[in-house]
Design a protein around this ligand. Sequence first.
Ligand code: PLP
Length: 340
Amino acid sequence: MIDVRSDTVTLPTDAMRQAMSNAEVGDDVYKSDPTVNRLQNMCAEMLGHEAALFMPSGTQSNLVALLTHCQRGDEYIVGADAHTYKYEGGGAAALGGIQPQTVPFADNGELPLDAVAAVVKENDIHFANTTLLALENTQHGRVQGLDYMRRARQFADEHNLILHLDGARMANAAVALNTSLESVAQPFHSVSLCLSKGLGAPVGSVLLGDKAFIEQALRWRKVTGGGMRQAGILAAAGILAITDGFDRLHEDHSHAQALAELLADVPGVTVREGWTQTNMVWLDYEGDHGTSLPAFAKQQGVLMSAGRNSGRLVLHRNISSENVNTVAAVLTDYFRKSED
Ligand SMILES: *Cc1c(COP(=O)(O)O)cnc(C)c1O
């Protein structure tokens, strides 16, 4: 099966399995797993933050960041379609008493800072304390540029807000911007990065920030059940993800470009213009293809997810350029038939 549902489906490489099997381990709750410590030090160095904490998932990493930065009764500003708000079970509200204040994303995936300014609350007993602004990079595969991120930090400083990045796919942003992980992470007080998506680790995310923040986050990681023991087995794969996995991400981006071009002139489906910036291709179509399209594709050996009127194809390590041609051929076939 050619699986383009997500870049989370990547399978560990032989080198990863080897590294996992050979990993030197200890009890990470006692901070004595050398491989976890190595991964954390590497990530802190590469992203230019003082300290890093290995987390079981991106959801937990964002949650722990919010629990650490905010108090009960605080509010954080977040995109209306942001993962942290929409796809993490309302964890910040459910577990932290932290209220989300949403702002719609602009067409390019930015949260317009004037729209953010309009919802920052004054210090008044009627209002929740607006404490934090959470951004996302990439946002649905769209890259947020360094200039915007720096302006967001300036804005946050002016409004006395903490700036957090849900950087699940920030490595894709760094590659697309032809820059370092550090420059993408630099404007933020805290950053969450997924190792388990395009970077290809089987499990794990990393949360970064200054030492005092990470020390507090360690407590919340334990409270939320994220204290793992011989986690070096997982961190060993994470080390290869952040190094070798990062070095090959550009291949996924060129595969996405190729796929978008192959689908550009297919009748009945539109490649969403300007959105193919990293490893995702977004499709729009008339009529409801939410069930029949994935069913047809599956019969032809392609696993994809699709909504009623739009779908997303995600390129990753286990998709070759030959696979790209197959995916394009299957979709072309489907839409030709449905147009007849
Ligand atoms: C996947 C994802 C997360 C959460 O990561 P999990 O490891 O699946 O919990 C957070 N934010 C964004 C933007 C994501 O794509």
